[in-house]
Design a protein around this ligand. Structure first.
Ligand code: F6R
Length: 604
């Protein structure tokens, strides 16, 4: 977790570092700090709280410097205090370091350094890095060698940027945590993610695991951990910087909900032609040898994976969605080259998902990832990547990426059903593929006509919020509940509608609205289950098309356009996203940065 940034070039670094950190805050926001070289030592400014608080504390007397590093933190080792905030410095303040990741052998390193007289002032694992670097600086022939020796001693995951007092240089290394170089005509940036420097440059180099770099005013030198020079391609990112800003909306989440028509158009573009699915690197026949499919994913991406699993099961393909954190222990049975493992991850950096992906790869499975981030670790580690093309998502609560993941997986399910022996395409596949291009328009319709705000006002004072659905809509119900609890802090649960009567019904009262999802598939039973809850006093909020039978019995209605059931579930999800958003607003929650969470969870 955490976001790091570094910058070297002409002119003052602080403003650029701080604005970069603001764009990285989705990775963590419990403390922040910067350090600059200014000709009279390294100056460090850090504190608990959000980047805005750091910014307010940086008054005009802050010494200037053209080279600096910055960090926004999501605590793993030690609480979010000023002392635990990064950058961390060495014994004599000769070295300052920012770090994203976890140093697994920090206790041993700390012990060894203590024996040599080093004293530590924080609870963090990171603090060993500047101390170790300083220790190696004593005897190493040069600073580069000392840095190399330092990172070679580290076990675990890291993206590190370091300053050495008196030197116009930034030392960087990557192992297991994302790190990207930005190149801007004599100015160089390092960051955990592109939005940190997107205002300045769109030319980037992605670090691979084991890469090191030294950034100097004259250029960047990249090497491996043995010191051998390496060249990585410069890639051009075509993200609009506006995409990384709020664009006039009060929250990123609202912007991301509202820009789903555009995101979905991008997801779908060119992927259905003349009634056929066309998936770039996955031409017909790609999956001829697949017997079983495993999805591995976390959180919202897991719900998208459930959507995919249901579609594959409907097509007669053996498919199972696993929570990535459980995959290693879940004993899914032996995997082989005939097992297709699909890692679904928006960020492509989720540690649990990467762990499952790597394990599957080691065991010989075919591994692909469905991800939003080109250049992410998942995209680089999997055999192939299928990009959802949703554009940057900043709000911690995933919205547009769920929709784009579910659509991508729906199209992938058609390719798999075509390829895999014994599988069968759904009878209405033609209608499904014909109507996919209507999806952005239908989402627009939902956004323009929604009464989600009124529904949120009506029910926000309730005690608990239940979400039910069957088949594909089970995934939608679970996603609706996750979104609701995540940003409102209210108790919410999502169930397969048939499960309500096997326990949860005991909790149902007039104070537990039940949001029931109807998409025209398996609806009859969901309606019966909703009525069972209603008979116990629960108000029913039906998410359904205008002429659905449930409207006659529902207490409230969130309307979705009539379309193919596979897309209708996603329209229902948009309505539920909006209910969560407006409920969180009424409760005055920090919608884009819910407490205790972070956008990219790079710890297991
Ligand atoms: C919830 C949410 C998280 C993520 C999860 C996986 O709104 O955003 O549950 O879905 O942390 O993240 P990715 O998709 O980046 O692997």
């Amino acid at each position: 977790m955490c976001g790091i940034i570094a910058r070297i070039g002409e002119g003052d670094a602080i403003t650029k570092l701080v604005s970069g950190l603001e764009n990285l805050e989705y990775r963590g926001y419990d403390s922040a700090g910067v350090a600059v070289q200014n000709g009279s030592g390294i100056s460090v400014y850090k504190r608990s709280g959000q980047v805005s608080e750091l910014k307010d504390s940086l008054v005009s007397s802050v010494p200037k410097g053209n080279v600096g590093i910055g960090h926004t933190r999501w605590s793993t080792h030690g609480p979010p205090t000023d002392e635990n905030a990064h950058p961390h410095t060495s014994q004599t303040d000769e070295v300052a370091v920012v770090h994203n990741g976890i140093i697994e052998n920090y206790t041993e390193l700390k012990e060894m350094l203590r024996e040599k007289g080093h004293e530590f002032t924080s609870d963090t694992d990171t603090e060993v890095i500047p101390h170790l670097f300083e220790q190696y600086l004593e005897d190493a022939p040069d600073n580069v060698t000392a840095f190399r020796q330092t990172v070679r001693d580290l076990e675990g995951s890291y993206a590190v940027a370091a300053l050495v007092d008196g030197e116009d240089a930034i030392y960087a290394a990557r192992q297991g945590s994302p790190l990207i170089l930005g190149l801007d005509n004599g100015e160089y940036y390092l960051a955990s993610d592109v939005p940190a420097f997107l205002d300045h440059t769109e030319d980037v180099v992605y670090f691979e695991d084991g890469d090191m770099a030294i950034l100097e005013p004259t250029g960047v030198t990249m090497t491996d951990m043995e010191g051998n020079r390496i060249n990585r391609d410069v890639e051009h990112i075509d993200w609009d910087p506006e995409d990384a800003g709020k664009g006039g909306y009060d929250h990123y989440m609202l912007k991301e909900i509202n820009t789903q028509p555009n995101a979905l158009s991008n997801t779908i573009e060119g992927r259905v032609q003349d009634g056929e699915v066309n998936l770039e690197d996955f031409p017909p026949g790609t999956f001829d040898n697949v017997d079983d499919v495993h999805f591995v994913a976390c959180g919202t991406s897991y719900h998208a994976a459930l959507y995919g699993q249901q579609l594959l099961s409907n097509a007669g393909i053996r498919a199972q969605a696993f929570r990535a954190s459980e995959y290693v222990d879940a004993s899914p049975g032996p995997v082989s080259e005939n097992t297709l493992v699909i890692a679904v991850t928006q960020s492509g950096e989720t540690a649990d998902t990467l762990g499952a992906l790597r394990q599957a790869k080691t065991e010989g499975a075919q591994v692909i990832t469905v991800t939003n981030v080109v250049g992410s670790t998942a995209a680089r580690t999997a055999d192939e990547a299928l990009f959802i093309r949703a554009g940057p998502e900043i709000g911690v609560a995933a919205t547009k990426t769920f929709s784009s993941q579910a659509v991508t997986l729906s199209l992938l399910s058609v390719r798999l059903a075509e390829d895999i022996d014994g599988a069968s395409l759904p009878g209405d596949v033609d209608e499904m593929l014909e109507t996919v291009y209507d999806l952005p328009k239908h989402v627009d319709q939902v956004l323009e006509t929604t009464n989600a705000r009124a529904i949120a006002e009506k029910y926000t004072d309730s005690e608990s919020f239940f979400f039910i659905g069957r088949g594909l809509n089970n995934a939608v119900a679970k996603e609706g509940a996750l979104k609701f609890k995540e940003i409102t802090y209210e108790h919410a649960e999502g169930f397969a509608s048939g499960e309500l009567k096997h326990g949860p019904l005991a909790l149902v009262t007039p104070d537990t609205p039940v949001f029931a999802v109807f998409s025209g598939d398996g609806d009859g039973k969901t309606m019966k289950n909703a009525e069972e809850a209603q008979a116990r006093g629960a108000p029913i909020v039906a998410v359904a098309s205008a002429d659905h039978d449930v409207i006659d019995i529902a207490d409230s209605h969130l309307e979705i356009p009539e379309t193919h059931p596979v897309w209708a579930g996603l329209l229902a999800n948009v309505q539920l996203q909006l209910v969560s958003y407006y409920a969180a607003r009424l409760l005055d929650r920090p919608i884009d940065k819910p407490r205790n969470l972070a956008k990219s969870v790079t710890v297991e």
